[in-house]
Design a protein around this ligand. Structure first.
Ligand SMILES: *[C@@H]1O[C@H](CO)[C@@H](O)[C@H](O)[C@H]1NC(C)=O
Ligand SMILES: *[C@@H]1O[C@H](CO)[C@@H](O)[C@H](O)[C@H]1NC(C)=O
Ligand SMILES: *[C@@H]1O[C@H](CO)[C@@H](O)[C@H](O)[C@H]1NC(C)=O
Ligand SMILES: *[C@@H]1O[C@H](CO)[C@@H](O)[C@H](O)[C@H]1NC(C)=O
Length: 206
């Protein structure tokens, strides 16, 4: 399956410094999700899996973001020393995937899962919630937060950042929160830094 393939890629190419047992992680993932009704998987179901994938990052490099996904990618590409949730093993493995179990079946369902907004304990939501919580608890030193200044509410208590990560930060470990409210213009400038040949960038060349 794609998830285990990504785990092998991560442990061999992306971040070979820590050893992980991808088969074991996969087994815990299966135990968490298969045979559960698709709306009934909580964070607790994933505890064993997260225990099998401990990670530690250096301080001062943690990058959080809310409603700035595209910007975050450009930002992390230009300022390469930042780490986001997507750089962790769990983030790398499950990025952009949807999954759920089926009660009557011993297999996964990747095609007909309910919308994750339709149930409180959706397997996808619960995994990201726990992953975000762990990432926030691990954060230390001077951390950076990217918020979206081109929408009405740059900060929302309902977002994963506002509802989970912010409360997960440990004041004993985090000594500075560097909040950047970025606008669409910033995003365009960053995109131009990455690729000056984009049509919108011509007048920025000098
Ligand atoms: C959800 O899980 C709980 C505890 O594991 C169980 O008691 C309950 O019957 C489950 N509900 C459904 C709809 O499967
Ligand atoms: C802000 O949010 C809008 C709407 O989701 C998005 O299109 C835009 O790229 C975001 N801007 C930044 C700077 O992230
Ligand atoms: C925290 O990090 C940001 C960005 O990397 C930097 O601009 C800021 O000066 C730092 N603040 C402290 C107190 O180190
Ligand atoms: C920012 O960009 C998004 C998508 O390109 C657009 O929907 C939104 O209206 C823009 N916001 C502002 C304030 O320009």
């Amino acid at each position: 399956p794609i998830v285990i393939g990504r785990c092998f890629t991560y442990t061999t190419l992306v971040n070979p410094s820590i050893r992980y047992d991808c088969e074991d992680i996969w087994r815990h993932f299966e135990e968490a999700v298969v045979h559960q009704s698709s709306c009934n998987v909580t964070e607790e179901h994933y505890y064993e899996m997260f225990n099998a994938m401990p990670q530690i990052w250096p301080c001062d490099r943690f990058l959080f973001w809310s409603k700035t996904r595209t910007l975050m990618h450009s930002f992390a590409a230009v300022f390469r020393h930042f780490w986001t949730l997507e750089d962790t093993l769990v983030g790398y493995m499950f990025n952009d995937l949807i999954w759920c179990g089926q009660e009557e079946d011993s297999d996964f369902d990747f095609n007909s899962c309910p919308e994750w907004s339709t149930c409180g304990t959706h397997p996808v939501f619960s995994l990201w919630k726990q992953a975000s919580q762990n990432f926030a608890e691990m954060a230390c030193g001077n951390i950076t937060v990217l918020l979206n200044g081109s929408i009405a509410n740059a900060f929302s208590r309902k977002s994963m950042f506002g509802s989970v990560e912010l409360d997960g930060l440990n004041p004993q470990r985090v000594n500075y929160v560097n909040i950047k409210v970025m606008t669409n213009l910033t995003l365009r400038i960053l995109q131009c830094i990455q690729d000056l040949t984009q049509p919108d960038c011509r007048h920025m060349e000098t």
